[in-house]
Design a protein around this ligand. Structure first.
Ligand SMILES: [Zn+2]
Length: 255
């Protein structure tokens, strides 16, 4: 298995001390003996290497339209995201290519994520910079265009913007990591605003979610992991709302 690159609290048993060893391509729990594989993108947050697919130069957003094409409309419908929400987030498209803006806490656009919805590839999103600077995350508020100004609020940390839009429909603000790694300005941002976090990743990224939770806690950020059996956007919105409310209460009681 090679060298241990990090230890984390094990998400598979009630783990009081970090018993889960993370290797470059796998994990092993010394407590419950659970073992599994990790995709390279999952160990990105531990190695600190940005493995996102990156595009340059900056994209000409004027070539894209707010009017959704049939394939893009289907992409969002399949993910339970209604057209009005796609419109409010100011998502554009052209043919099969969808362009999702990445917003900072002040709702300034800091870059884009681009995806061809007709292509089934492993690394699905391409990150596009603005002035050669890549976005660290995207703020996805429930209230359209609302800046992240009030302290002590709760945010759901998700992998992608689409997951963030789904979480909004369940009534919660989200921050999309654009991958599974918190980059540059994110942890200082969470700490600065005293935000509480619920980490809601795909089930296959549960080990990474647990590691991230440890990392947040080490920085004094109050956080908890949503242990889900399906991808965020595949879940039942009402059930997600109920679970998130329960976790919010758990975080409040733990303060
Ligand atoms: Zn374990």
């Amino acid at each position: 298995m090679g060298t241990v690159i990090a230890m984390a609290h094990c998400p598979f048993h009630d783990d009081r001390t970090p018993s889960l060893a993370i290797y470059e391509d796998s994990y092993h729990c010394f407590g419950c003996k659970k073992t599994g594989k990790l995709e390279p993108w999952m160990t990105e947050l531990i190695s600190g290497v940005d493995v996102r697919d990156k595009a340059t130069p900056t994209l000409h957003t004027t070539d894209y339209s707010y009017e959704l094409t049939d394939s893009v409309k289907k992409f969002f419908t399949d993910r339970q995201i209604p057209d009005w929400h796609v419109g409010n987030y100011l998502i554009k498209c052209k043919g099969n290519v969808v362009v999702l803006p990445c917003y900072d806490a002040d709702m300034q656009v800091t870059g884009y994520q681009k995806r061809n919805v007709a292509r089934q590839t492993k690394n699905k999103y391409i990150t596009v910079p603005i002035n050669n600077v890549y976005p660290d995350y995207s703020w996805c508020p429930v209230m359209t265009q609302e800046s992240l100004t009030s302290a002590n609020r709760l945010v759901v940390i998700v992998e992608s913007i689409v997951d963030g839009l789904f979480v909004n429909l369940a009534g919660f603000d989200a921050i999309a990591l654009l991958g599974t790694s918190p980059r540059g300005s994110l942890i200082p941002l969470l700490a600065h605003y005293g935000l509480s976090c619920i980490i809601f990743f795909d089930p296959d990224a549960i080990v990474v979610a647990s590691y991230l939770n440890d990392k947040f806690n080490a920085h004094g950020i109050n956080s908890v992991v949503f242990d889900s059996d399906c991808k965020p956007y595949e879940a039942d919105i009402m059930k997600v709302n109920t679970t998130l409310q329960g976790l919010r209460k758990e975080l409040k009681d733990g303060e």
